[in-house]
Write a protein that binds this ligand. Structure first.
Ligand SMILES: Nc1ncnc2c1ncn2[C@@H]1O[C@H](COP(=O)(O)OP(=O)(O)O)[C@@H](O)[C@H]1O
Ligand SMILES: N[C@@H](CC(=O)OP(=O)(O)O)C(=O)O
Length: 597
């Protein structure tokens, strides 16, 4: 019999009427012939209330007691839900995380799921009961109650769906589905019918609040079709699954509360990035928008962003790194927000970044930092203008219209869509079947690309429009740009590096040379042959250990890193061409992957 998991978020169970409506939905699915598992969050703002209550008791409540407290919000709603189902004449049983058999590690307030025993759930389902599970919680090996981190009920739902091999995991919420961007911020946002796992993974980790990125990791790893649906009507919502659709721009995400950190005057030698990542990973700080540009005068600069709430911890970790490295200075700033564009089709189009930069130029918004990955572009902008930036990019790409928009700038390359590649799915399922713990990191592949060159523009004006001009000029000549990194500037001048195909290098140098000659003191440097090493997997950025492992393996092999970019599905490092093959070997070893002959 088919199993359906239905998750109801806090807003969908906020009062008795809503609880009854959710119960009716589960009963309807049951009566349509499915076995039904409901995952329910705490009602309305209950979890926030509990957090406030704890703050009244203590400035620094014990983590164990916090989890004990917060888990009660879900316990309240599952029992009410079971009563509602009973009153509709169906059998139902409510279960806590521990009763279900969700075992986690002991990291209170952000525990990771280790395993789920499905025996008890199956017994209840086979007895014709609707199982109503508490979201967001589990139990550690010492029987302590743990919670999975705020918003963690999505994770419970997809993890249960994965363990039960459910036919669909439905996430019921207070909007029609996943929109091109938060519909509460941009009223013209449009609901998207279909998204690829990778697109949703990137959107969720870059700030789209509708889903928790960890839950998409489960869905992708275990191939669970996810459907985000409205709890208030019969809308079909958004299906998140493997799809070959190649939209240039599928969605936008805004992370408002970012902080930027720059470590400058670092020695330009192997091990620097590794040391910084290790210090961050030790404190479990997820860093994003990591930008390391080519060194100038033997001194390297690494910038990255973290959530503002993590800044104090990050600065302590950065100080530690500098002490270990024996050199370096730290700068940081908080009035910034990160705006990201995500779309699986951008991997084949030369103009998405150029068009985004052009849209922001027309608003006079400066790009303080840029990083791109295969299917996303992130820029750091002034926080006070981030809503304006979001709106402008949404409008500029005509995202309110249902027809996929192709950028006006650049061309589309004809390449096959990787999502349709079945061998990739098989590779993934082989790796997932060997995981010791459900939330272990999945690294499926290491790639070496030896077909690219690196181009850097030094000392360019740090004003709106510079990058728009560079990348529009390049895209208009049909040159495909792969990685782009631009570091934070505190000097009025910036540096931007990018990679292009070696066959396009000559053309590209001519174009950027002409541009650079217009700007006082701007110069161009390049490296005709580089190696681009990429680690491919799922949830790479949110698991802080992946960067640490990657950069340590490269440092141990004495390989210097010239450029970095990171995303949820890929982490890339540019190294010297003659070190590419060694890098490929050591990374395969570090991630226990069999090296291909
Ligand atoms: N791209 C997006 N699409 C849809 N909703 C989004 C998006 N980005 C952010 N949101 C916000 O996510 C909210 C739903 O998530 P959440 O409040 O966690 O719901 P729940 O209580 O059901 O878990 C919506 O109300 C919406 O404001
Ligand atoms: N109640 C928890 C878990 C959760 O996922 O809630 P929601 O589904 O309402 O986002 C929280 O507020 O974090």
């Amino acid at each position: 019999m088919s199993i359906i998991v239905q998750k109801f978020g806090g807003t969908s169970v906020a009062n008795a009427e809503k609880i009854r409506a959710a119960a009716q939905r589960a009963v309807a699915a049951k009566q349509a012939g499915h076995q039904v598992v409901m995952v329910v969050s705490a009602r309305g703002k209950k979890t926030d209330e509990l957090v406030r209550l704890a703050a009244e008791m203590s400035e620094n409540p014990a983590a164990r007691e916090m989890d004990m407290l917060l888990s009660t919000g879900e316990q309240e709603s599952v029992s009410l839900m079971a009563m509602a189902v009973h009153s509709l004449g169906e059998k139902a049983v409510s279960l806590t995380g521990g009763q279900i058999g969700i075992t986690t590690d002991s990291t209170f307030s952000r525990a990771r799921i280790e395993s789920i025993s499905t025996d008890r759930i199956r017994k209840h389902l086979d007895a014709g009961e609707i199982v109503i599970a508490c979201g967001f919680q589990g139990i550690d090996p010492e029987m302590n109650i743990t919670t999975l981190g705020r918003g963690g009920s999505d994770t419970t739902a997809t993890a249960l769906a994965a363990a039960l091999q459910a036919d669909e995991c439905q996430i019921y919420t207070d909007v029609e589905g996943v929109f091109t961007t938060d519909p509460r911020v941009v009223s013209a946002a449009r609901k998207v019918s279909l998204l690829a796992y990778d697109e949703m993974l990137e959107l969720a980790s870059l700030g789209a609040g509708v889903m928790h990125s960890r839950s998409i990791e489960f869905a992708k790893k275990f191939c669970v079709p996810l459907r985000v649906r409205p709890s208030f009507d019969e809308g079909e919502g958004t299906l998140i699954a493997n799809t070959g659709e190649q939209r240039m721009v599928a969605g936008l995400a805004l992370a408002r509360n970012e902080a930027r950190v720059t470590l400058a005057d670092l020695p330009d030698q192997p091990g620097v990035t590794s040391c910084i990542f290790a210090c961050m990973a030790k404190r479990k700080i997820p860093v994003d928008m990591v930008v390391q540009n080519v060194a100038v005068d033997g001194k390297a600069t690494v910038s990255f962003t973290v959530q503002e709430g993590e800044l104090a911890d990050t600065l302590t970790a950065a100080n530690e790194a500098i002490k270990i490295l024996g050199a370096g200075t730290i700068r940081s700033g908080t009035n910034v927000a990160k705006l990201s564009v995500v779309g699986a089709g951008m991997r084949n189009h030369s103009g998405v970044a150029a068009q985004m930069f052009d849209i922001l130029l027309k608003k006079g918004i400066n790009l303080q930092m840029i990083t791109t990955s295969e299917i996303k572009i992130s820029v750091l902008v002034e926080r006070d203008r981030c809503d304006e930036a979001l709106l402008a990019v949404h409008e500029g790409f005509c995202m309110e219209t249902a027809v996929p928009q192709t950028p006006e700038i650049g061309i589309q390359q004809k390449t096959k869509s990787p999502e349709c590649d079945q061998s990739e799915d098989q590779l993934l399922s082989r790796i997932v079947s060997k995981l010791a713990k459900m939330e272990d990191i999945v690294v499926s592949e290491v790639q070496l690309d030896e077909s690219q060159s690196r181009v850097t523009l030094h000392h360019i004006p740090d004003v709106p429009g510079t990058c728009a001009e560079i990348f529009t000029t390049v895209a208009n000549k049909n040159i495909m740009v792969d990685m782009i990194v631009q570091n934070v500037s505190d000097t009025g001048h910036a540096e931007v590096s990018f990679t292009v195909q070696r066959t396009d290098l000559e053309n590209c140098l001519k174009l950027v040379g002409e541009l650079a000659s217009k700007w006082d003191d701007a110069t161009v440097s390049h490296e005709p042959e580089i190696g681009k090493l990429t680690v491919v997997g799922i949830g790479l950025r949110t698991h802080t250990g992946v960067g640490e492992k990657m950069f340590k393996a490269l440092a141990d092999a004495n390989i210097n890193i010239q450029m970095i970019n990171t995303s949820e599905i890929r982490m890339s490092a540019v190294v010297a061409a003659d070190q590419g093959k060694t890098g490929f070997k050591v990374l395969n070893k570090a991630f226990n992957l069999v090296e291909e002959a």
